[in-house]
Design a binder for this molecule. Structure first.
Ligand SMILES: [Zn+2]
Length: 272
């Protein structure tokens, strides 16, 4: 009589060994990818209900973008088509998540020289991570963090701030009472920047306005690292040695890259 395959296989008999993610109990159930509701997509595409919307949403790309795309497809994509095919067939397995500002001048993939598939990137205004708050709504950033940690099982999360950050400057102006428009209930930017208010309290009154804004750029990175550790699945992964959290600040003008070493921001050196 054949042995019970489950009983004979210690991995199969142990749900934790069979599924390492099970160790991280605060993670939600695995994500199931469901098919898109094509009927909704089709009705949108038809534009039968709102011809005016189609005038603004159904336009072709600007010529300069279409030209750039055609150039990329026939040069860089063609040269790396095998890599793209492999990524498509095998899925993504990024080692790091990057949470950076929306600012168009800050491109982590540029100064790290990364290829597609290497970074799982989430961008928002002022590279903020909100506090853990499962009672809230519209968790864009927490959803990205949850997916990176619980599904992709990234080894690193990098909070990437930068110089001359308009979001950080806006938060400073708002908290200093100099920007009533951001203080408005109807300002999406202002309400998002509320996340940064506790960091403002740490720098308020310490130096000139420019010095406080510069300090707030870095204090916001530290605050977001602290907020990350408030997520149970992030804390569990770090305590298990599967995840490290990093805080970086990029000077756009001179290319400097600093990292938070627990006390201050120090230059990133190749031998580190
Ligand atoms: Zn910014």
């Amino acid at each position: 009589m054949a042995a019970d395959p489950v009983a004979a296989d210690p991995v199969a008999a142990d749900p934790v060994a069979a599924d390492p993610v099970a160790l991280r109990t605060p993670c939600p159930p695995p994500i199931t990818v469901v098919a898109m509701d094509l009927s909704m997509a089709a009705s949108y595409k038809s534009g039968v209900n709102d011809a005016e919307d189609e005038m603004t949403t159904g336009l072709p790309l600007p010529a300069y973008l279409a030209t750039r795309y055609a150039d990329w497809l026939t040069t860089r994509f063609a040269a790396a088509s095998g890599m793209y095919r492999q990524l498509a067939d095998e899925g993504q397995h990024p080692r790091a998540m990057v949470i950076s500002c929306c600012d168009s001048r800050v491109q982590a993939t540029t100064f790290f020289g990364t290829d597609p598939g290497e970074f799982f990137i989430h961008r928002n205004i002022a590279n903020l991570v909100p506090p853990y708050d499962p009672a809230g709504h519209h968790h864009g950033t927490p959803a990205a963090v949850e997916y990176a940690v619980c599904v992709l099982e990234v080894s690193h999360i990098i909070i990437l701030g930068h110089s001359s950050c308009g979001g950080v400057n806006g938060c400073y102006q708002m908290c200093a009472g100099k920007s009533p428009e951001l203080d408005s209930d109807t300002s999406f930017v202002g309400r998002w920047l509320d996340i940064l208010r506790p960091a403002y309290q740490r720098v308020a009154g310490k130096g000139s306005a420019d010095e406080q804004i510069a300090a707030l750029e870095k204090e916001g990175i530290i605050m977001s690292m602290e907020n990350l550790m408030g997520f149970p699945f992030v804390r569990d992964a770090t305590e298990a040695g599967n995840l490290t959290i990093h805080g970086l600040w990029n000077d756009i003008g001179d290319g400097a890259l600093l990292y938070f070493n627990g006390k201050t921001f120090a230059p990133v050196l190749a031998e580190d």
